[in-house]
Design a protein. Structure first.
Length: 340
């Protein structure tokens, strides 16, 4: 008989119909990152009924006080029993990871905690919480990310992990990792989008007053010496392009919106966004196509034209590269009627 079968029902989670999320708070936890899962998942509601879609609880190695990196502690109501019942486990960043951060070693207490996680549960880390997942062996052979300031150290400690220091988050199916601090918001919104579609994720983003999908990666937040004290931005060109995704747009047109040469515009754009203008445009078009596939019954060819891909064949190729699925497969999974 399994541990789950022996556990009395409803000992932690009280709503069987909701997706169960356990936020695992370790000593030294950073309050901002700790609060992200509840703020994002807790705002996700069914468009049809208004019911909450997630149940979020906070747990520790044991119930009771947990130190934070601020001048206060928190009291968590649950211990490892919450991990045994969760569908998703989130590990926020902590400043007291000890041998996990310094040597990549998992203490016996954390090993016992991961042994309590329910089989098949989705594992998520925010910021340097990825060190805990890596020390537990959950990232071996997988792509992952962490805060850009810790990425080189992370790679030295865990050479079997395929570290990408430039992205905001990495989705590897049942294990997901985010970059530093606010990238945890991006990852949690991505999870909501993956679980319940863009309409629900966009509603959560509006409620929490954040963009539903930030473009670019960590590269745009890495401090670099600037050649001039004040650089003109590329925001106007990006806003102009977003209103015209269905049209063929050239690099020269974008540069002219900012009164820059093509060369200067390309350099400034990459400094701000972390992508080339062409990569950014493709990413925007893919996102627009995804929203249309999810929320409309338009044919693939028409969506391709509205998203700026021109033909259905071109859109199929781009979605296959970016998402690993065809437009038809994506719609079958994420269309509103498929989730009803």
């Amino acid at each position: 008989m399994t541990q789950d079968a022996l556990r009395p029902p409803g000992t932690v989670f009280r709503h069987p119909g909701r997706h169960r999320v356990a936020v695992f708070a370790l000593d030294g936890v950073i309050p901002f990152e700790l609060g992200i899962p509840l703020r994002i998942f807790g705002a996700a509601e069914s468009p049809e009924t208004g019911d909450e879609l997630y149940e979020v609880v906070t747990c520790g190695l044991r119930p009771g006080a947990v130190r934070t990196d601020a001048d206060f502690s928190i009291v968590v109501p649950h211990g490892l029993e919450a991990l045994a019942e969760a569908d998703t486990v989130v590990v926020p960043a902590s400043h007291e990871l000890g041998p996990v951060f310094s040597q990549g070693l998992l203490p016996a207490s954390l090993a016992a905690a991961f042994a309590a996680v329910r089989s098949g549960a989705r594992m998520v880390s925010i910021c340097t919480g990825s060190f805990v997942l890596a020390a537990a062996g959950l990232l071996d052979g997988r792509p992952a990310t962490t805060h850009w300031t810790s990425a080189a150290h992370f790679q030295r400690l865990f050479p079997r992990v395929r570290v990408d220091p430039d992205v905001l988050y990495v989705d590897d199916g049942d294990v997901l990792t985010s970059a530093g601090v606010a990238a945890g918001i991006d990852l949690c919104l991505h999870i909501v989008r993956r679980d319940f579609g863009s309409a629900v994720a966009n509603d959560v983003a509006r409620r929490t007053v954040v963009p539903p999908h930030r473009q670019g990666g960590q590269a745009q937040y890495v401090r670099r010496p600037l050649p001039e004290p004040r650089l003109a931005g590329t925001e106007r060109a990006r806003a102009w392009a977003l209103d015209r995704l269905d049209q063929p747009l050239t690099l020269r047109q974008l540069a002219e919106r900012e009164s820059m040469s093509v060369r200067t515009f390309t350099r400034r754009f990459r400094e701000e966004v972390g992508l080339s203008p062409g990569q950014w445009l493709t990413q925007q078009r893919i996102e627009h196509a995804r929203q249309l596939l999810e929320s409309t019954d338009l044919g693939v060819d028409r969506i391709a034209r509205q998203a700026g891909f021109g033909t259905g064949a071109s859109m199929r190729q781009h979605l296959q590269v970016a998402l690993g699925v065809s437009p038809t497969e994506y719609r079958r999974t994420f269309h509103t009627s498929a989730r009803a």
